[in-house]
Design a protein around this ligand. Structure first.
Ligand code: NAD
Ligand code: ISE
Length: 337
């Protein structure tokens, strides 16, 4: 069976997901697309045999020829499309963030709980990265003892001029927040954000880098250096310190060359380069789960918890204080079996 998917938002990542579904993976085809910029949607559809262009996301979701929906539009539009997908009883893959406010995420969680089954997967693709997977296996395997700390860095080479300090948190660090919750199977209890010396590459008033300190409910501490003007590349670091050992993300997915008393390897230059295999694995898992009649991976609860943590981190950035993360009670639908 081929799964017919509709894609809402044919910008950068929408086009990349369309490419992987069309040319890399099997089991699904892009049957419909839409974008508020209809010319862009039409241009993308030109390369997709048989794909319909809809004038709105709502029309795409209502299309009987669309079995499942991928939401890759601008973050503030996600809520509307995810809710419409749930109302139509269709499986939805939503790129991060699930929604941009706590209240919007709660409306999605409430709608899914009322539907009585999971219909939403959120695009936290690091959970599908081979290195993070190996790290989690080492942490949960027990051979290196109880986890105590995690050190992480999320370095972007550069960002557009409109980027703000809050976006370092809710656009970038949101992935580290999800990794922390997933790695330790725990919620974040409190967040403090410190402002190191400002990079001279950051414009006036823009705090870059940030140092985000998360306290997990278990007491594990997770620190993240989040920076967006690293220049040299897209550098994702992570090390979990346990009682009897440590586990660290590899230096490079490629070869390390030793020559003339030096060693060198490639630093990825972008998130699509660093995480391409993870995105492929993520979509392979989603297509298989939806074809089998369900979903998988990061849930609407995970999307909600990440958005609340981002709001809390932004509050901590502005208050300079340690801020508690306050979540509502987790519905049974999201309790692990
Ligand atoms: P983009 O600006 O390149 O594309 C967004 C598209 O959405 C544009 O084509 C825009 O016209 C369209 N759009 C805006 N409002 C719309 C509406 N109401 N209805 C339909 N289409 C609408 O942005 P992007 O970089 O592709 O990011 C899209 C989403 O993917 C964001 O939520 C972003 O956070 C997420 N993202 C995730 C990752 C990741 O690593 N998982 C990486 C990049 C982006
Ligand atoms: C981008 O939107 C992503 O989600 C990337 O994974 C992240 O590393 C980058 O900082 C964001 O801008």
């Amino acid at each position: 069976m081929t799964l017919n998917v509709g894609v809402i938002g044919t910008g950068m990542i929408g086009q990349d997901h369309i490419r992987r579904i069309t040319h890399v993976l099997s089991g699904a085809r892009v049957a419909a697309v839409t974008d508020v910029d209809l010319d862009r949607a039409r241009t993308v559809a030109d390369d997709l045999p048989g794909a319909v262009v809809h004038e709105t996301g709502q029309a795409l979701i209502a299309d009987a020829g669309v079995d499942a929906v991928i939401v890759t539009s601008w973050g503030p539009t996600h809520e509307e499309y995810v809710l419409a997908g749930i109302a139509a009883g269709k499986q939805v893959f939503c790129e991060k963030p699930l929604a941009t406010t706590r209240e919007a995420c709660e409306r999605i969680v409430d709608a899914e709980v009322a539907a009585g089954r999971r219909l939403v997967m959120v695009g936290f693709m690091r959970r599908y990265d081979a290195q993070y997977g190996a790290m989690k296996a080492a942490v949960t395997g027990g051979a290196i003892g109880l986890p105590l700390l995690m050190h992480a860095a999320h370095r972007n080479p550069s960002v557009p001029d409109h980027y703000t300090s809050d976006m370092i948190i809710n656009d970038s660090t949101v992935h580290d927040i999800d990794v922390a919750r997933w790695m330790f199977d725990d919620e974040i209890a409190a967040i403090t954000v410190l402002k190191p010396r400002r990079s001279t590459k950051a414009r006036e008033g823009f705090n870059d880098p940030l140092f985000v300190l998360m306290e997990m409910a278990s007491g594990v501490l997770v620190d993240v250096e989040a920076s967006v003007n690293a220049g040299f590349g897209y550098d994702i670091r992570g090390e979990v310190v346990c009682e009897d050992g440590t586990v660290e993300l590899s230096e490079s997915a490629g070869a390390i060359i030793k020559s003339a008393a030096q060693f060198a390897g490639r630093v990825p230059q972008s998130w699509p380069e660093r995480f391409a295999p993870a995105f492929d694995t993520e979509f392979r898992a989603w297509i298989a789960a939806v074809t089998a009649g369900g979903t998988t991976g990061p849930s609407a609860w995970d999307g909600y918890a990440a958005t609340v943590a981002c709001d809390t981190a932004a509050a901590a950035l502005h208050s300079g204080q340690r801020e508690p993360v306050v979540l509502r009670e987790r519905p049974d639908l999201y309790k692990e079996a």
